[in-house]
Design a protein around this ligand. Structure first.
Ligand code: COA
Length: 259
């Protein structure tokens, strides 16, 4: 597929999406967000792909936010449309049935922080800095930053960072649980790939069931305990379950087919 603002590549069953607007610090305009959504869908429906990385081009930024120049003259109705349509892409990432990891290579501000938070895991380089600086612009986050930051780091710290607009350095993000790991820039992609390769050795349908079950905890129209019972029981119908248990009892490594 042809994209203008992102680069895509796939090797060893990993699909990498690189936001590619370096002169704008990878700011997320409408088109870029839509392209990320299309690329995630492309990877999700490709049977050869087992995991997805989202990262930014260059040394400086993962994504320095929504593109301020794009919405500077918006009215409320236009802002609502931007927020709803972008929000759909972020929710699709969160609900992707294959693991999505943000490899955060620099600034992840505003929409960039929200994009990273929509991913299942976040691995940051030591120079990464997170933040929701919207109040500096007379705004609040519009891609669910108030919700996902609260889910990840808790209400008190989320309110602090949302109200002060302070940036969160990588090590502090690790302490807060906002990121899963901090590594040197040189090893950011290899570490992220290694994590996805480890997950790729597990049963794909079980991984999808984990994602649905954990997401269900935060879905107010669902009972997460019921979701888990349903997902758990469904696993018993899969070939992967038979393979996993047979391999364990036969003292050999399981080879999962994702069916
Ligand atoms: N939207 C649009 N353009 C952006 C942008 C954004 N969110 N973030 C950076 N840019 C552009 C700058 O306007 C500049 O473009 P120019 O060279 O045409 O003037 C270019 O990217 C480089 O940014 P610059 O500000 O010169 O880099 P810096 O190193 O001095 O500062 C930041 C880096 C991230 C601290 C600073 O760019 C910044 O605060 N960005 C906005 C962050 C933000 O508020 N995001 C939330 C938006 S809702």
């Amino acid at each position: 597929m042809q994209y203008q603002n992102i680069l895509t590549s796939s090797t060893e069953q990993i699909f990498t999406i690189t936001i590619n607007r370096p002169d704008k610090l990878n700011a997320l305009n409408y088109q870029t967000i839509q392209e990320i959504g299309q690329a995630v869908m492309q990877a999700e429906t490709d049977a050869n792909i087992r995991g997805i990385i989202i990262t930014g081009t260059g040394e400086k930024a993962f994504a320095a936010g929504a593109d301020i120049s794009e919405f500077a003259n918006f009215n409320a109705a236009e802002a609502e449309k931007l927020s709803r349509e972008g929000g759909k892409v972020f929710t699709a990432i969160e609900q992707c049935t294959k693991p999505v990891i943000a490899a955060v290579n620099g600034f992840a501000l505003g929409g960039g922080c929200e994009l990273a938070m929509a991913c299942h895991l976040r691995i940051a380089s030591a120079n990464a800095r997170f933040g929701q600086p919207e109040v500096n612009l007379g705004l609040i986050p519009g891609y669910a930053g108030t919700q996902r930051l609260t889910q990840l780091i808790g209400k008190g710290k989320a309110l602090e960072y949302l109200m002060t607009a302070d940036m969160i350095a990588a090590e502090e993000a690790l302490r807060l649980g906002l990121v899963n790991a901090v590594v040197e820039r040189e090893t950011l992609l290899s570490t992220t790939e290694a994590t996805l390769k480890k997950i790729a050795t597990k049963a794909p349908l079980a991984i999808a069931a984990i994602i649905r079950s954990v997401n269900s905890f935060y879905a107010f129209d669902q009972d997460g305990f019921e979701t888990e019972i349903r997902e758990f029981s469904r696993c018993f119908e899969t070939d992967d379950f038979k393979e996993g248990t047979t391999a364990f009892l036969g003292k050999r490594a399981a080879v999962f087919q994702g069916r």
